[in-house]
Design a protein around this ligand. Sequence first.
Ligand code: AHG
Ligand code: MN
Ligand code: MN
Length: 334
Amino acid sequence: MDDRVSLDDLVKGAKGLSAEEKTAARRILLAISSGGREMAQLLATGPLRGLTGAAGAVNVQGEEVQAFDEIAQEVFTRTLRESASVALLVSEERADPESLGGGTGSFHVAMDPLDGSSNLAVSGPVGSIFCAYRPAPSKSADLAPEVLASVAAPVMAAYVLYSVSTLLVVSFGSEVRQYALDPSRGEFLPLPGAVRFPEKGSRMISLNAGNASRWREGDQRYLRSLDGTSYTARYVGALVMDFHRNLLKGGLYLYPGDLPKESKGAGTAHPEGKLRLLYEAIPMALIARAAGGEAVDGHRPILEVPPVHIHQRVPLVVGTASLVAEYLRIVSSP
Ligand code: AHG
Ligand code: MN
Ligand code: MN
């Protein structure tokens, strides 16, 4: 059966949203689509225009800002502002939440405007990640606590993958749908079928083994446990691409925390890993769950991690449910 669901129908069918929230969600998805379309065009000609290098600045995460990190920040901030449906916007590229005003039924949105930006220099795949959170009933005077209070209620997650094709993947928590950009029409068109981790899928394992000497013993044990088993190593260093491949084929993505710096091992100051809770881990967890998979921080579900900071990092293990369960078993049993 060729079951394609338009973005409009996906929003209409979203469970637990008021009519006003559906209008806001639809506008936010249109903003992500039009920003994604614009970014796909800009990225395609980036090398010709000398835009694939560093911008000469360091962001709030202490990471070198690439020209496209800033371009994506500006593109999506503009389209999301124009949607008039986002109250507060949190971005990897900005230290503080930005108030966009928003309208009735509006959401707070957290975004990673350009994910996997080290791939830009080699024309590798990159992405953009978004999560819409329902504002908590009681308002806070400060913006960051206001966003953090909404994190308990992620309503919609989406990512755009810029690769050999440009895909938009969206979930309201009950199913996951894919849309592909038709550049000649400038539109994202639905692909058939809801996406689910395959029951008898591959065992694609995506991790940066070069960091393993800094990991905790449990994560090192997991890596050793793979030795001699049948699995396929796949890692491109862009969460969106690594997650998406594993979603379609079956697999596990792992970015653990390092040992603390002062420990005996070769630790660093990143005991919570590299990925960010609000705009990387939670959206991927929402999509993974809706596709029959799981996402944990090494112990508990990502969706149960208490948010304490808008740029909080968290260890992330996400993928096929049975592979996450296997990881948890090995990590917890010395
Ligand atoms: P970003 O480009 O938004 O900073 O994210 C990069 C992240 C993630 O996409 C990727 O999986 C991971 O960093 C790769 O990190 P390593 O190079 O340490 O493996
Ligand atoms: Mn990222
Ligand atoms: Mn980024």
